[in-house]
Design a protein around this ligand. Structure first.
Ligand SMILES: Nc1ncnc2c1ncn2[C@@H]1O[C@H](COP(=O)(O)OP(=O)(O)OP(=O)(O)O)[C@@H](O)[C@H]1O
Length: 323
């Protein structure tokens, strides 16, 4: 559904250029609910704005369904924004009109497009648990309820994808959990693909997959594992053949398991380093410092594992591991 390859975004002002995305690769499958996580300034919002058609990429490839975001005309971009994507912002003032009721807010984008479907608007508000608040003005709703109205609005044009920028950023953690549960339900019931951008690591446990962005590049990926496989593997003694086979099958799909896999987001996530099409990967700074590698390194391959180390010493190991 979404395919970004070598995606570059450069912001130019009078005297400086900021390379916000430096050749990013990412794929999102149809029907997935995934999160993009990264520190402030890592390029998350830039990527989301590009996927939402709000900003144009500078180079590379960005394909969403049948659309090529680099090659679209202005008119196509308008149609794309109206029909393909729904947006949710952290600051919901961007989505909502305070003096209108919840129902009027959901109907507004439909009105702008020329056809109000009241039954569908009500269905959306019911889906986000606000059937009893439809007639209330936005000012009468709590922050969490307003965010739920924003979710209903994002679906009013029946989009294929919902893009959410820090959707839990301005609510407390219990409300944040509720919002993520609503996303999950909508994802399952309506089949809508959901991409959440956040710096909140706790979101990771609620999604199928997490892609970490660092310095405008995808660096690491955590995939939620099939619970049965995870339970079975946990029951096996370390180093048994069956456990190794399960781990290596997983690694062969996309990437190399990192040296400290899995544990960061609980038992059911497996951590991978992303390797791009031409074989590049990002090595965490802490590892490079611990190995005293700077600029150049020695790679060794023993037929199964790649080992990397400083040029003048025997290599320290980066190896596919598992819990
Ligand atoms: N319109 C712009 N003009 C110039 N530089 C920009 C612009 N938008 C973003 N940047 C720069 O691009 C880089 C990535 O910014 P971006 O907003 O995508 O990061 P982010 O990961 O979403 O951060 P945050 O979580 O703080 O929103 C930053 O260095 C930022 O300063």
């Amino acid at each position: 559904m979404i395919h970004c390859e070598s995606l570059v975004k450069i912001f130019k002002t009078d005297d400086i250029e900021v390379v916000a995305l430096q050749g990013l690769n990412m794929t999102v499958e149809q029907g997935e609910m995934m999160a993009i996580i990264g520190n402030s300034g890592s390029g998350k919002s830039t990527l989301l704005n590009i996927l939402g058609g709000l900003d144009r990429p500078s180079a590379g490839q960005a394909i969403v369904g049948p659309w090529n975001l680099l090659k679209m005309t202005k008119e196509q971009l308008i149609t794309y924004k109206r029909k393909t994507v729904g947006f949710i912002w952290q600051n919901n003032a961007r989505n909502l009109v305070p003096y209108l009721t919840a129902l009027q807010n959901v109907e507004l984008p439909m009105l702008i497009q020329g056809k109000v479907d009241r039954a569908y608007a009500k269905q959306l508000l019911t889906a986000v648990g606000l059937e009893h608040r439809m007639g209330n003005r936005l000012t009468q709703l709590s922050g969490g309820e307003q965010q739920r109205v924003a979710i209903a609005i994002s679906l009013s044009n029946r989009p294929m994808i919902v893009l959410a920028d820090e959707p839990t950023g301005s609510v407390d953690s219990a409300t944040g959990d509720q919002i993520l549960e609503i996303f999950r339900r909508l994802n399952q019931d309506m089949g809508v693909t959901i991409v959440i951008v956040t710096h909140d690591l706790s979101v990771a446990d609620k999604v199928d997959r997490v892609v970490a962005i660092r310095d405008g590049l995808t660096s690491t990926e955590w995939v939620k594992r099939d619970k049965d496989v995870a339970d079975k593997e946990a029951a096996l003694p370390a180093g048994t053949d069956e456990a190794s086979t399960t781990a290596s099958t997983a690694t062969s799909t996309a990437a190399l398991t990192a040296a400290t896999p899995g544990s960061r987001f609980g038992e059911r996530h497996e951590e991978y380093v992303v390797i791009d099409r031409v074989g590049r990967l990002q090595i965490p700074k802490a590892y490079l410092e611990a190995m005293n590698v700077d600029g150049k390194a020695v790679l060794e391959f023993d037929g199964k594992r790649v080992t990397i180390g400083p040029p003048d010493a025997s290599p320290s190991s980066i190896r596919p591991g598992r819990r």
